[in-house]
Every structure is written in C-alpha cells, then in structure tokens.
Design a protein around this ligand. Structure first.
Ligand code: GSH
Length: 204
C-alpha cells in the first residue's frame, strides 16, 4: 500500500498516526495536491490528499474512508467497535474534521489579497472553531480518553485537530478551556503524534 499526502495536511496526519499505531506496512509518498504536476488528481478526482493506493491497484480517498479501511486490517481496532461507542467515535471524527475544515478555510481566506478578503467568512470560521472547542471541553470525561476506557480514533482525531489549530490559527484557546489543554498534552506525547508532527509545528 502507498499513502499519498503532504507533511502538513491534518487529514493525512490522521492516517499516518493510525498506520503507526497499528504498525501497518504502508509506504508514505509525499505529494503536493496543489502542484501543477501533482500525481493526486489521477488518484483522486477531487484532487485532495490523502489518497491510499492499494496493492490491487484500487485507490481509496477521503480520510474517514481510508482510516476505516486500514482499521479493519488489523487489531487493535481504533474505530471498528460496535454499539454506541462506534457512533460516538464517528461523531468525534466529524467534529475534528470540521474543525480542520474551518481552520483551513480561515487560513485560505486570510491569505487572499487584503481587498478580496471576507471578514464575515473569517468570523464565521472562527465561531465554528470556538464552539467546537467548547463542545470538546464540555464532553471530556474524567479519564484520559474521549470514548471508552482506551485510546481510540476519537482521541487521535481530536488531538490532530487541536494541534492543527495551534499550527494554523494560533490563539489562546487554552486559558478558556482549562481541562482541554492538559488532555491534549497527554495524548500528544504519544510517539505516533510526535513522529508525524509537521516541520515547523512546535509542541505547546
Ligand atoms: N474530506 C477530506 C479533506 C481532504 C483535504 O481537504 N485535503 C487538503 C489538504 S489539507 C487538500 O488536498 N486540498 C487540495 C485541494 O482542495 O485542492 C479528507 O478527509 O480526506
């Protein structure tokens, strides 16, 4: 298997962490979705990373699809649990992906020429992020994990989303969410997170 993606994409990082946590044999191919000669549109018509090329020639894309496939290959399952926990994990993934979508939208808007920027769009994205941070703080349990009594995809995706906010929208969310900050410190100490941190992303 080959995983195509950039070093800075949080969606790609999610998959890389899962590969590392499950010790799967998967080559990582660095590819820039935005480059004129990018191999990505030939793999994914949406032109986005991550894309996972399987050994049989098939290609999977969209990180939730890829993590579900990879998780099914080998125990321990980080997602493929049954019952209420499964829906909780998938909801955390939807929230984390949405936080990344909002952070990326805000970044792209702020990089447009000043006269073309929409302050309204930036404000809307920042509100989504603020509400999601509060939701996460409000739904933390007393233990170290978001769902069940062990590390799951929920912890993985939320840690990636929070570190992406620190990377692309640095602001003091920690003082407003005093339980979330130590929670992230605990999860982000895992080797899988340390090894996949993008160049230039400092650990808080
Ligand atoms: N829903 C997709 C989002 C992937 C995504 O937005 N990737 C970005 C990189 S962070 C990308 O490839 N953007 C290129 C483009 O939009 O043309 C997923 O979860 O895989």
């Amino acid at each position: 298997m080959k995983l195509y993606g950039s070093l800075t994409s949080p969606y790609v990082r999610k998959v890389r962490i899962l590969v590392r946590e499950k010790n799967l044999a998967c080559e990582f191919v660095v590819a820039d979705a935005w480059a004129a000669d990018s191999p990505i549109p030939a793999l994914n018509p949406l032109g986005k990373v991550p894309a996972l090329a399987l050994d049989n020639g098939d290609v999977l894309f969209d990180s939730p699809v890829i993590v579900e496939y990879l998780d099914s290959l080998k125990v321990p399952a980080l997602l493929t649990v049954s019952g209420a926990a499964r829906w909780e994990i998938l909801r955390w993934q939807a929230l984390a992906d949405g936080m990344q979508d909002a952070t990326a939208s805000r970044l792209l808007e702020s990089r447009r020429p000043a006269e073309q920027q929409s302050a309204e769009n930036i404000r809307r994205q920042e509100e989504k992020i603020a509400r999601s941070l509060k939701y996460t703080e409000d739904h933390l349990h007393s233990g170290p994990w978001l769902v069940s009594d062990r590390f799951t995809l929920a912890d993985l995706v939320m840690a990636v989303a929070l570190e992406y906010i620190d990377f692309r929208y640095p602001h003091d969310w920690r003082s407003r969410h005093p339980r979330l900050a130590p929670w992230l410190t605990g999860v982000s100490a895992r080797p899988s997170l340390i090894e996949t941190r993008p160049p230039g992303m400092e650990k808080k």
